[in-house]
Design a binder for this molecule. Structure first.
Ligand code: URA
Length: 257
């Protein structure tokens, strides 16, 4: 679904392997145990004990597992975890998981979008289409570039089919990656683009109109407080260029020391 809809709104069975007989230790015919002769129908297989069944993990269990692994990873390991992630169904349709790109040291802004689109899925990079060009122009207007000053990432790392809205279980499975990116990058500011990303990061259903225009605070699990500014998604600005003036105000707010 296009961003800003509201504003335009925006078993593994473990196999026990018997040890192979040592070379030269084959039993002789006389030592071979006798096999009892069976009469009648074959015995029914023993019922599988519930405790020995491998249950599919629930979405909440998967999210906890992702969070545990991501929480221990350094930045390079985190990128590897994201590329190999199978925590939700989105992995099935992806060409690339999109980890993010940009500065990793002295990061001034972390820019957070929604999810990769078709081009981003193809190239494995965030914001590479027309929205990306507009984002680069917006950053340049405040003297920043994606290479030197900001890291760009999305809430969801794999493209939802047909660019539909991510489902809650997909958000739950993927959010730990973004949280770890925030903890490792320690950006000075977070600029959140679009209703979906803003609502996810701030844990609210509030409209983008009510979230813009003030500085929020994101508190990491480590207790670090990072100022967070919400603005319109560039895809929305391409459809509604009249809102660019407001986006400019948001950038001015975010750039304040
Ligand atoms: N829209 C997003 O939210 N993220 C991208 O990476 C591209 C388009």
């Amino acid at each position: 679904m296009p961003p800003e809809a509201e504003a335009a709104p925006d078993a593994a069975a473990s196999v026990a392997v018997a040890p192979a007989p040592a070379a030269g230790a084959a039993a002789s015919a006389t030592e071979r145990p006798r096999i009892p002769v069976r009469s009648g129908p074959p015995p029914k297989p023993a019922p599988v004990e519930a405790s020995s069944k491998e249950a599919e993990p629930t979405p909440a269990e998967r999210a906890r597992e992702v969070a545990a692994r991501a929480g221990r990873a350094d930045f390079a390991e985190l990128e590897g975890l994201v590329s190999a992630c199978t925590a939700c169904g989105l992995c099935e349709g992806r060409k690339h998981a999109v980890f993010g790109t940009g500065a990793q040291q002295q990061v001034r802004w972390l820019v957070v979008g929604e999810a990769p689109g078709e081009q981003e899925d193809r190239q494995g990079l965030p914001f590479v289409g027309r929205s990306g060009q507009l984002l680069d122009a917006m950053l340049a207007s405040v003297g920043m570039s994606r290479e030197q000053d900001v890291f760009i990432a999305n809430v969801i790392k794999c493209r939802p089919p047909g660019n539909r809205n991510p489902k809650p279980e997909e958000v739950a499975a993927c959010s730990p990656y973004l949280m770890r990116q925030i903890a490792l990058l320690k950006p000075e500011r977070i600029l959140v683009l679009g209703r979906f990303a803003a609502q996810t990061l701030l844990g609210t259903e509030a409209t983008i109109g009510s979230l813009r225009g003030r500085v929020h605070t994101l508190k990491t699990d480590e207790g670090v407080e990072i100022p967070l500014v919400v603005s319109y998604h560039p895809a929305y600005l391409l459809r509604s260029p009249v809102e660019k003036a407001r986006a400019w105000q948001d950038l001015q707010l975010a750039v304040q020391p």
